[in-house]
Design a protein around this ligand. Structure first.
Ligand SMILES: *Cc1c(COP(=O)(O)O)cnc(C)c1O
Length: 464
C-alpha cells in the first residue's frame, strides 16, 4: 500500500484512491471547475439556476439528467465567438434533442449529424439544412438520398463506395452533392498525449500516407455530380493540447497544397474536427475556446504561409466541450456497503438507482467522474467511496473513486457532474431499465426536454 499524499493520517483503511485524488478540505463544497455555471450549493442542497435538486427529484424522479440551459448556450456561443471567421459545427452525437438543436441554431452554430436518426431530429427542429454536415463511415443509400433531398450543406465521405453511391444519387436527383473528404492524418489522440503512427489501423477516413486520400479527391473531381469542398480530419476526443492538432493539421495542409499543385484545385475549406477536452475530475485542465482558437489559427496560418497557399475557411466540430459540462446526473442512493479489501481495510460502496444504462463511459473507456452529496450538508468525515449502479455487472461503476461523507445513506441524493455528452446519447435499456428524463433549467424554471421512459415504452416493441 503506497503512502497517501495527504499524509499518513489519511492512509487509513479503505483509503486507496488514485494519486490525483485530493482529500477534500470541505467535503460539502463544490469544485467550481467541474460544474455548470449556474450550479451552486445552498445549505448543502445543489441548485441549478435557482432550482433545488430536491424539488427536481420530487417533480421528475431519479435518475435525472439536469441540464443548465444557459451554460450550454454560453459554451456554444463562446466557441462561435472565439472561432469568428470559421464555422463551428456542434457534434450532435454528444447530445441531441429537438430543443438542443434549436439552441445550436439560435446561437449561430452549424450542426454535425452522423446517421439518418440524428438528421431526423435536426429536421424536426427545423435546423437549416444548409448548415448541417453529415458524417459516417457507412451511410446507407437511404441516408445519403435523404441528405441530398433536404439539401444538407456538406457530406463528409469516408469510402470509395460512398463516392460512387453519392455520384449516382446526385445524377438521379439532378443535384450537385457538396462533399468533404475524411482523411486519416496518422495521428491518434489520447487523453493527455498523442501518438503519431505510420500505420493507421482504424475504420475512419482515407489514408494520406497510403495515397487513398489523393485518389478519393481525384475521383470526386472527375464526377460532375460532386462538388469538392475540402479535406476533413478529426483526430480523437478528450484532447487537452494542440500538439496533436499541429501534426495532423500540417499533414492535412500538405495534402491540401498537393491537391492545388497537382490537380489544379484550391479547396475552399478545411475541417479540423472536434475532440476538445473537458474537466470530469480535478485531474483535467481543459483549454478555453480562445486558447484553442489562437493555437489552431496560428498553426494553420503558419503552415499555409510555409506552403505558399491561401488559408482555407476553417471549421471545427466541438461536441463534448459544449454539451458535457452543462449537465449533471441526479441519482438517489439505495444501498451502502463496506467491503473488506485484500490486505486489510475496506471500500465504501454506494449504490444508486441508475448506472451503466445512463452512463456507460466508465465501463466503456474507464472514464473517471466525480460526485457530491446533493441533498444535505454532512459533518461526517470524508471516506474514499465508490459509486456503483443497479445493473447486473460488477463493472457497473458510476464514480470509481471519490471522497463522500461517511454517513451517506439511502434516500440521499447524489449528483455527478460532466454528464452532458455521451451519456444520454449512449444510454441503453440494459436490464430493462427505462432511460432517464432530461430536464433543462433556466432562470428558475425547469422543463422536460426528453421524458423518462416508462414500462409501456419498454414493452412497446415486444410482440409477445
Ligand atoms: C465525435 C466527433 C466529434 C466531436 O468530438 P468531441 O470529443 O465530442 O468534441 C467531431 N467530429 C467528428 C467527426 C466526430 O466523430
Amino acid at each position: 500500500m503506497r503512502a497517501h499524499e495527504a499524509g499518513a493520517l489519511h492512509g487509513q483503511a479503505g483509503d486507496r484512491g488514485p494519486a490525483w485524488l485530493r482529500h477534500p478540505e470541505d467535503v460539502n463544497a463544490l469544485v467550481p471547475s467541474l460544474w455548470a455555471e449556474n450550479v451552486a450549493k445552498s445549505d448543502g442542497v445543489v441548485t441549478v439556476a435557482g432550482v433545488g435538486v430536491d424539488e427536481l427529484a420530487r417533480e421528475f424522479g431519479t435518475p435525472l439528467y439536469v441540464l443548465d440551459e444557459a451554460d450550454f448556450r454560453h459554451r456554444a456561443r463562446s466557441f462561435r465567438e472565439a472561432f469568428a471567421g470559421a464555422d463551428v459545427y456542434y457534434a450532435g452525437k454528444a447530445f441531441l434533442s429537438v430543443a438542443a438543436a434549436r439552441w445550436i441554431a439560435e446561437e449561430g452554430l452549424n450542426l454535425d449529424v452522423c446517421t439518418g436518426g440524428e438528421l431526423a431530429v435536426a429536421l424536426r427542429a427545423e435546423f437549416p439544412p444548409e448548415r448541417i454536415g453529415l458524417h459516417g463511415n457507412n451511410k446507407s443509400v437511404a441516408e445519403l438520398r435523404r441528405a441530398l433531398e433536404v439539401g444538407v450543406g456538406r457530406i463528409i465521405v469516408d469510402s470509395f463506395e460512398e463516392i460512387g453511391r453519392l455520384g449516382a444519387l446526385a445524377g438521379e436527383l439532378g443535384v450537385r452533392a457538396p462533399v468533404m473528404v475524411r482523411v486519416t492524418a496518422g495521428v491518434e489522440a489520447h487523453t493527455h498525449e498523442y501518438i503519431s503512427t505510420s500505420h493507421e489501423d482504424q475504420k475512419f477516413g482515407f489514408s494520406i500516407a497510403g495515397g487513398d486520400a489523393m485518389e478519393a479527391v481525384r475521383r470526386i473531381l472527375a464526377d460532375e455530380g460532386l462538388n469538392f469542398l475540402g479535406l476533413h480530419s478529426h483526430i480523437g476526443s478528450q484532447i487537452f493540447v494542440t500538439d496533436g492538432f499541429e501534426v495532423a493539421a500540417r499533414r492535412v495542409l500538405r495534402l491540401h497544397a498537393q491537391i492545388a499543385s497537382e490537380l489544379g484545385v484550391v479547396a475552399p475549406e478545411l475541417d479540423l474536427g472536434g475532440g476538445f477536452g473537458i474537466a470530469y475530475t480535478t485531474q483535467d485542465d481543459p483549454s478555453s475556446p480562445e486558447t484553442l482558437a489562437r493555437g489552431m489559427r496560428g498553426i494553420v496560418e503558419g503552415e499555409c504561409a510555409a506552403l505558399g497557399v491561401d488559408v482555407p475557411r476553417l471549421s471545427i466540430e466541438p461536441g463534448r466541450a459544449i454539451a458535457g459540462p452543462s449537465t449533471f446526473t441526479l441519482y438517489e442512493i439505495g444501498t451502502t456497503k463496506r467491503v473488506a479489501l485484500d490486505g486489510g481495510g475496506a471500500r465504501h460502496y454506494v449504490a444508486v438507482d441508475g448506472g451503466m444504462s445512463d452512463n456507460i463511459r466508465p465501463a466503456l473507456y474507464s472514464a473517471d467522474y466525480s460526485c457530491t452529496l446533493a441533498s444535505r450538508e454532512s459533518t461526517a468525515e470524508p471516506v474514499l467511496s465508490r459509486v456503483v449502479g443497479k445493473h447486473c455487472e460488477s463493472g457497473d461503476i458510476v464514480v470509481k473513486d471519490e471522497y463522500l461523507p461517511a454517513d451517506v445513506a439511502p434516500g440521499d441524493l447524489l449528483a455527478v457532474p460532466g454528464t452532458g455528452a455521451y451519456c444520454r446519447s449512449l444510454a441503453n435499456n440494459y436490464n430493462h431499465v427505462p432511460r432517464p428524463a432530461v430536464v433543462a433549467v433556466r432562470d428558475g424554471e425547469a422543463r422536460l426536454l426528453l421524458r423518462r421512459e416508462t414500462e409501456d415504452d419498454l414493452l412497446a416493441l415486444d410482440l409477445g
